[in-house]
Design a protein around this ligand. Structure first.
Ligand code: HEM
Ligand code: HEM
Ligand SMILES: [Fe+2]
Length: 444
């Protein structure tokens, strides 16, 4: 850590880990419900658990991205954050809005649009909060001594993510229009600007961990930005196949989204190549493992499994089934969860001064969570394909099919338990590292 104000990142990461733990609790409630044990139904009906699971996911990832920016930007700009006090105000208000939304979901205060369930009054508070965040990051870069490609890409990606929240607030009583705008947020986030956030954070981590020249790494970043724009924007069409939009989306969506894996493949090749090329033997090996692992698993979860159901000819069968959940889990895990865990693994020893990166718990965390998540993906996949055959090919009733596939959720629960032991090990390492009392060091 080179600047005092980078400590703010620690508290964003801590909030992130807290929300992540809660997300998992709701995952288990749903997995048990799917297995036929909906025992908590009176307190946490399925829709409440699902909404909480998904929104907690988005919240912990945003908190992780914000923490990453507060850590990376001072260092890249070679100056302290413009205001540490305001950064804490932003953290606390973000947490308050998140907790209010979560409590609201349990009293049916929600909008009922998957991923954008946060009720409208809270949306406005989110906008104000994010504006404050963008100001703090932007002003730090503006006043900084250095303007690196990594910092600029990170800033513009965060700014675009903030702007793309707005189409989700366009009101329409027409279901097609409502769905149309919803995808501007959901798709253009995860397959657009979040991908750029990922490219920038990966680039920062690779510069630090491999010692390869910034110029080389940042050239790759340009290529990734290019691939992402080329495919991701019109790729939105893969959500417009069957919602009442014109039929030209069938081929636009099909062709462009089929190109999307290229950006993820680019990131995987780039991370592996840089890690191989890197002459510097960084002691924090597990951080590099998370970084390279993220680039590979995002290609598998987002690129490969996304491609598997992106053509309209396939999607007409799999749309909205557990095949989507299969892809959703590994994509979010590989691309964004692992990215945040990678930056935490890298920054935590620097923030706290305690170097636990070679400990059993930090290595176990990586392997158990990844093996667990891949197994969960397989369980969702088998349940999903069975669902498609029984429900859509044989025409069985939806609920009758759900009964038939209950058995696959025993496997899911087993896999999720193993996954959770890995997450517990990660959080244990986080807590054991202590508070951010690390010394300033200008040579990191
Ligand atoms: C990190 C990047 C990605 C993440 C986090 C992600 C996550 C998700 C999630 C959560 C959904 C369900 C959305 C909803 O129903 O509201 C979804 C749907 C979908 N994704 Fe991805 N995805 C990513 C990348 C990709 C890529 C690269 C492709 C194609 C090559 C793809 C193809 C699809 C398709 C076709 C659907 C619609 C499924 C349906 O019709 O039910 N995704 N994705
Ligand atoms: C113990 C761990 C977990 C369990 C048991 C679990 C279980 C579930 C279940 C049962 C669903 C609902 C599927 C449905 O009926 O539609 C779901 C949805 C979802 N979960 Fe998880 N989950 C876990 C962890 C995670 C993690 C770590 C992530 C992200 C990295 C994640 C992301 C999602 C997403 C994006 C959806 C929506 C899927 C879709 O669009 O179809 N979950 N989860
Ligand atoms: Fe998409």
């Amino acid at each position: 850590m080179k600047y005092q104000s980078q400590r703010v990142a620690y508290y964003f990461f801590a909030l992130s880990m807290l929300l992540f733990s809660l997300q998992i609790v709701y995952g288990f409630i749903m997995a048990f419900a799917h297995a036929g044990y909906d025992v908590l139904h009176d307190w946490f009906p399925f829709h409440t658990a699902r909404t909480s699971h998904q929104n907690l996911l988005v919240m912990w990832m945003l908190s992780g991205f914000m923490g990453s920016a507060y850590y990376i930007i001072p260092e890249e700009s070679e100056r302290e954050l413009v205001s540490v006090k305001l950064a804490y105000v932003q953290l606390i208000s973000f947490a308050l809005v998140g907790v209010s939304a979560l409590i609201g979901f349990h009293f049916n205060w929600w909008e009922g649009r998957k991923f954008l369930e946060i009720p409208r009054p809270l949306d406005y508070l989110v906008v104000i909060n994010v504006l404050l965040f963008i100001y703090l990051i932007g002003a730090t870069i503006w006043k900084g001594k250095r303007h690196t490609t990594t910092a600029i890409v990170l800033f513009f990606a965060l700014l675009c993510a903030a702007l793309l929240y707005l189409p989700g607030m366009i009101h329409s009583d027409n279901q097609t229009m409502d769905s149309y705008w919803r995808w501007w947020v959901v798709h253009l986030w995860v397959e657009g600007v979040w991908e750029l956030i990922m490219g920038a954070i990966l680039s920062y981590l690779l510069i630090k961990l491999t010692g390869v020249d910034r110029e080389v790494i940042e050239k790759w970043l340009y290529i990734i930005v290019g691939f992402t724009f080329l495919s991701g924007v019109l790729g939105t069409g893969h959500h417009y196949y069957f919602i009442g939009t014109p039929s030209y989306w069938l081929w636009i969506g099909g062709v462009f989204s089929a190109l999307e894996p290229l950006a993820f493949l680019g990131m995987a090749v780039y991370a592996i190549a840089m890690a191989k090329k890197g002459g510097r033997n960084h002691p924090n090996k597990i951080a590099l493992t998370w970084t390279v692992g993220c680039s590979i698993m995002s290609f598998v979860g987002a690129g490969f499994l996304g491609f598997a159901h992106t053509w309209p000819q396939v999607n007409k069968w799999t749309h909205g089934t557990l095949v989507t959940a299969m892809h959703g889990h590994l994509a979010f895990w590989g691309a964004y969860a692992m990215l945040i865990l990678a930056i935490i693994a890298y920054t935590l020893p620097l923030l706290t001064g305690r170097k636990l990166y070679n400990s059993f718990s930090s290595v176990y965390a990586f392997w158990a969570s990844n093996i667990g998540m891949v197994s969960m993906t397989v369980a969702f996949g088998i349940a999903g394909v069975t669902q498609v055959y029984l429900e859509r090919k044989s025409g069985m009733d939806f609920l009758a099919v759900q009964k038939e596939i209950e058995v696959h959720f025993y496997g899911l629960i087993l896999a999720a338990t193993f996954f959770t032991t890995g997450v517990i090990a990660f959080i244990y390492t986080f807590i054991k590292s202590g508070l951010p009392r690390g010394e300033l060091n200008s040579s990191e």
